[in-house]
Design a protein around this ligand. Structure first.
Ligand code: TYM
Length: 344
């Protein structure tokens, strides 16, 4: 049976946590894909503030970052008239479905999540919240509420997507077809941008140890360029794509260049043949800066008019709620909840 979504287009849903500063990793792995696919799919992009509070957040900063991320969606090229942009906590159905799905998710599945283990290891054991453990179930709820067929994400979300599929299949098996079982949409290059200071670690928006770790989307452009010039490389000389862990730094710079320019690997290797790492870094810095320049100009324009963003988020919450509530109603019926109480 196919699940009725009321649209001829397939659906897409994705989200970013408003924690830390968005990096070029978030842009290349996720945002740029969303922009590219927004016309082909009926798209929903949320700012997942409820995910962000699974680790401690300062309330004022969270509010500020939630708006910043929403503005960055638009600045990156998401058209709010085409795609629905909304804040997760504005649509209570996410929390409600997450609870229900928690009751259908074996603890053993959550125990296998590597992101939980990594994040929990960074905190003192007695401060790790149950929310952090249940995080993947909330993510499953985000996706399944919208009956999303495709979920454009970076490589680090692969395991969460697998869990989402398992939860959907389990629920469908127990109660009949209820959820679309989503597919991950993960690009071939750019799905895992590595840290500039340490190319064995994924570039992350919450890294605090080094100021040379990541290029942030709102970085001053000279500073962004300097960070790329200081990126860790190796003592070899040839410039080529490689899986050799010792050469992960050069490979990372080439991957960034390939993702931004869209050129094939062999053409890029030919272009850099016989040139040194200094040239490679300078050219990578140039393409990154030229990618950020229009994005930052648009960001400044959007944030100069706070009422505009309020309007986008209000309209987004309306549209998202309509879709989410339809799925939630069906799920509540399936599990045996009484119809909504109405005042006599
Ligand atoms: P988050 O906020 O960590 O990251 C947002 C998106 O950016 C991708 N990404 C990267 N891609 C390439 N290279 C990198 N270095 C890099 N770092 C991050 C992530 O894969 C992600 O696509 N759990 C999610 C948020 C979420 C979500 C959802 C995503 C909550 N609900 C529903 C999709 C659908 C997260 O923490 O992403």
């Amino acid at each position: 049976m196919t699940i009725e979504t009321g649209s001829s287009k397939q659906r897409v849903l994705s989200g970013i946590q408003p924690s830390g500063n968005l990096t070029i990793g978030n842009y290349l792995g996720a945002l740029s894909q969303w922009v590219k696919e927004q016309h082909r799919y009926e798209s929903y992009f949320c700012v997942v503030d409820m995910h962000a509070i699974t680790v401690p957040q300062d309330p004022a900063t969270l509010r500020e970052k939630t708006r910043e991320v929403a503005a960055l969606y638009i600045a990156s090229g998401i058209d709010p008239q085409v795609a629905t942009i909304f804040v997760q906590s504005h649509v209570p159905a996410h929390a409600e479905l997450a609870w229900i799905l928690n009751c259908f998710t074996p603890i053993g599945w959550l125990n296998r999540m590597t992101q939980f283990k990594d994040k929990a290891a960074k905190q003192q054991a007695d401060t790790v919240s149950a929310g952090l453990f249940n995080y993947p179930v909330l993510m499953a709820a985000d996706i399944l509420l919208y009956q999303a067929h495709q979920v454009p994400v970076g490589d680090d979300q692969r395991q969460h997507l697998e869990l989402t599929r398992d939860v959907a299949q389990r629920f469908n098996y127990l109660y009949g077809e209820t959820f679309v079982v989503p597919e991950p949409m993960i690009r071939e290059t750019g799905a895992r941008v590595m840290g500039l200071d340490d190319p064995t670690k994924k570039m992350s928006k919450s890294e605090v140890d080094s100021q040379y770790h990541a290029v942030y989307l709102l970085d001053d452009l000279d500073w962004a360029s300097k960070k790329i010039m200081r990126a860790k490389t190796d003592s070899y000389t040839d410039i080529r794509f490689t899986n050799d862990p010792e050469r992960a730094g050069v490979n990372n710079l080439l991957e960034i260049y390939a993702t931004i320019t869209g050129q094939p690997h062999d053409a890029i290797e030919a272009h850099f043949a016989g040139k040194g790492y200094g040239v490679l870094k300078r050219e990578v810095a140039e393409v990154v800066v030229e990618m950020l320049r229009p994005l930052q100009a648009r960001y400044r324009e959007i944030t100069s008019d706070p009422a505009y963003l309020d309007g986008v988020l209000a309209q987004g919450a309306e549209r998202a709620s309509t879709v989410a509530e339809r799925t939630l109603k069906l799920v509540k019926e399936r599990v045996g909840f009484l119809p909504p109480y109405r005042r006599p």
